[in-house]
Write a protein that binds this ligand. Sequence first.
Ligand code: ES4
Ligand code: ZN
Length: 366
Amino acid sequence: MCNKTDFLKELPKCEHHVHLEGTLSPDLLFTLAKRNNITLPETFPKSPEACETRYDNFADLQDFLNHYYIGMSVLMTEQDFHDLAWAYFLKAKEDGVHHTETFFDPQGHAKEDGVHHTETFFDPQGHVERGIPIETVVRGFHSAGERAKKELGVSTKLIMCLLRHLPSSDGLKTIADADMFFQNGMIHGLGLDSSEVPFPPELFKDCYSLVKEKYPDVGLTAHAGEEADPSYVTNAIDILNVRRIDHGVQSHRDAELIKRLSDEQIMLSVCPLSNVKLQVVKDVSELPIRKFFESGVKFSLNSDDPAYFGGYILDNYLEVEKKIGFTLEEWVIIAKNGVFGSWVPEQRKAEICAAIDAVYEKFSVR
Ligand code: ES4
Ligand code: ZN
């Protein structure tokens, strides 16, 4: 038997959907809470072990987000952000990642923390009086990215997400705060995340138009069709002008949309283990991944919030292999589609594709 596990580990991968704050392990969470003198809310699990148990039982996206926003409240200094991202880049390298485009949520670190805006959130006010400047967040993450390129050969990008449960006027302020980083390329993309329903993409038309006009080289993406219906995907494409969709797994319910994603080569960043942990599906076998592949819809496989969902990128690849299954040749196509959908120069794409071919050669002759 050709060792598929070794093949998938070595297969050069691109990751397009990982929230850096979602890579915060329970151990690091408690270490930083102590170091930074943060009192976690009464309702939060009391130990790393209790976290693991609670994280295994999220009811839905909102239930997860309630923990995620409290988790990120322990991050205070530039060094904290650097350490968090560096630990993820090390793990990504181990999993065979050659290129990663990483999300971060500056509004989740700001003083006007949006966690008070929806009723179901815990209310960490009084615990989260932090007000971390965006410069601290971006500089810490960016220096870790520079280090990853130099020491690990992994290329990295930062995508700033807006929290969709906050008003778009807050998004406009955050975009203004990030001006310098859009100009100098330290922020490479704009995304939209947090509670999906009832906050459809069209609410953020102004934010996306502004970024597209002012910084034409910045990539546009948005979470859509994770829990919400396919109209969220269509509207993200039509109204926000995104060229990539994060999740998008609900798209399979709209045949016209599937054809469009294929025709227009709009890549979906799919997160299989996340979809199981947040009860979008009961099992990875239920995801329309084979259908996407057969319909010509390009997708990448990603970890989303690996510290919360029990697996990094390789775990996601292995689960898809186990529950859906692709041949070596099909895996090569999937890996190259991920390269194609990456926001990197042609030269870098060619390098990663050559590395994919080399791994295929190595494993196909066995
Ligand atoms: C997220 Cl899985 C997911 N969906 C929406 N927003 C998010 N933020 C972090 N993880
Ligand atoms: Zn996500």
